[in-house]
Ligand binder design. Structure first.
Ligand SMILES: Cc1cc2nc3c(=O)[nH]c(=O)nc-3n(C[C@H](O)[C@H](O)[C@H](O)COP(=O)(O)O)c2cc1C
Length: 199
């Protein structure tokens, strides 16, 4: 069960990166083969270019950086997106990664007779959004549901991948480090158990 952990945060000291490292350690301890895609450190370019538009139009002919990301995903059975919530959604860096990588010809095909052919059935996608606000704000305004609809249904279901665990870490900027740490531990454990269940 090789797992790919994808992060989109420029600060190695951020809570997001800390959670990604904790999750990687927890999975490695269960003998999971973990690969990390640190999109900020690796300088992934999220801008949708003319070459990406060409890919969209022909359903293939991927640029080399897109092919590299697809190959990492092809090696994984589970992918975990660990990201800070920005404006009730994912950061532009991660959105650009999805825009450019999860494209027709790889994630799905558009067949004239059969409609959409979903191609990522081998992959389970877990989401670990790190949120500044508390759970009450998310519930009152429907932000959690909006984010789930957008990514779980709009991306994961669309490509035929399996929905894994979606586990928010709320109050990410609170002063109480012990409480934050407890929540991080619980969240990491949820994802760990989903990827590497113990008998
Ligand atoms: C541009 C920007 C937009 C943000 N928008 C939201 C938001 O919509 N909802 C929310 O709960 N937190 C929001 N936050 C707070 C971040 O989620 C918070 O800073 C982050 O979770 C802290 O974790 P980190 O140390 O990994 O950055 C925003 C922060 C930034 C910088």
């Amino acid at each position: 069960m090789p797992a790919l952990i994808v992060t989109a945060h420029p600060d190695p000291e951020s809570l997001t990166q800390h959670i990604a490292r904790r999750l990687a350690d927890a999975l490695v301890a269960e003998d999971v083969d973990v690969e990390t895609a640190d999109l900020a450190a690796e300088g992934f370019d999220p801008r949708f270019t003319l070459a990406d538009r060409h890919t969209y139009q022909v359903g293939g002919d991927f640029t080399s950086d897109v092919s590299r990301e697809q190959a990492r995903l092809d090696r994984a059975t589970d992918v975990v997106l660990v990201f800070p919530v920005y404006w009730w959604s994912m950061p532009a860096l991660l959105k650009g990664w999805i825009d450019r990588v999860f494209v027709n010809g790889w994630a799905f095909d558009v067949a004239p007779d059969a409609g959409i052919v979903r191609k990522l059935g081998r992959l389970t996608v877990h989401l670990l959004p790190v949120a500044g606000d508390d759970i009450g704000v998310y519930e009152r305004h429907g932000y959690e549901q909006a984010l789930r609809t957008q990514i779980e249904h709009g991306v994961v279901d669309f490509c035929g991948a399996r929905r894994g665990v979606t586990a928010f870490v709320h109050d990410s900027e609170r002063e109480d480090a012990a409480a934050r740490d407890r929540l991080v531990a619980e969240t990491v454990e949820l994802v760990r158990a989903a990827i590497a269940p113990r008998d």
